[in-house]
Design a protein around this ligand. Sequence first.
Ligand code: SF4
Ligand code: SF4
Length: 403
Amino acid sequence: MGGVPLRLSLKELLYERVRLRDELASKLGHERASRACGDYHARKPPVHCGATVHSVLGCTFRCAYCYLPDMGVSFARAQPYGLSGEEMALALLCNPFFLPGPLGTYVAFGSLGEPLHEAGAARTLEYAEAFSRLLRNPMQLSTKAAVSEQVAARLAKVEAPLNPLVTIVTLRASAAIEPGAPSPWERLESVRLLRRAGLYPMVFLRPLIPGLEEDALEVVREAKRYGAAAVVLGGLRVTPSVVARLKAAGVDVSSVLSEVGGRLREGVQVSVPSRALKEAVAEEARRAGLVPLYSACCANTLNVYLKTGRRVPCPGLDFVDERFCARCPVNCRAIEVEVDPEEVKWAAKELLGVEAVAVEERGFELVLRVSDPRGALNRLKRRAAHRALIETAFRRRLRVESA
Ligand code: SF4
Ligand code: SF4
């Protein structure tokens, strides 16, 4: 505690979004601006780790646990996304759920493809450089590619914080489970190169696969040896096709089936409970001298701190509930923030349609005092992405209570 509190303002971020959007749109001209603002990235709501940007579509690494085939995305080829770097920056600025700047929405490359796949790495680099120059939001990319010295050097030159997550889930079973991907040893080498270039690479141990517990402990120890700054632990989500592919790759899926077998349905991703496994691997990470984290959002937050020395609370609000906070050096719970209750009232009315009689700050929550709590709660549910926008800007959870 102590020192100057971090002042947070949603209005300032919204004004900045309009200013940057208008400036960039006029630079790009009518045709390119319409293409950018008509793009899917200009509409889609954020996920927990922020705004995902699909710089590359498709992937040829064919991981058994990948859900791309369930989403109809190709395993046969990867291709760069059609927008240029400036156009994609404008698409984000047109997105009503995006906030620009160092205190704004986190940007994550990946999720519908491998961002550093040789077919599209140039596009990802172009996006990262454009976003750093035009938006300055913290960025993250998760990769299984073998990163060259040149790519590491270019990523390291990006001025805005950029968090590389190198995914490794097993050292021994990778050839069967991730048949098209570079070997885990090549990926550990990527960690070494990225660190040497001046970045803070973290190992993404997701998914933790039941039956491969020993492998996970091994990954953590090697991650430390190769210079990772942290390890991010995440559970497995399965569909019938993922279970079938894991089984075909030689994984014993009996414990997965006994946990979620009854809930498996075509096209629906089901989370396999992983709390105990996560805690065991986190313990091993601490023993090895490595920071364990439970979300990609926390990895981005820690990366901002390592790169800039600035402590800003995690926008995913993982610190609100102690169970999700791995108590990394950022120590979000101890960061004092200054929020104007009148501005919160304004945001609740404008973006959620909720008229608050008063706003109270209570711990890590902003309590909206309203005359109709049930109606207000319904609005918060229906406008989840707007709620996330407000919570990101103020780094506080919204709560509704009777006036
Ligand atoms: S690297 Fe990622 S996108 Fe590519 S197949 Fe594996 S899980 Fe899917
Ligand atoms: S202090 Fe907790 S919530 Fe904050 S970034 Fe670290 S692990 Fe995440």
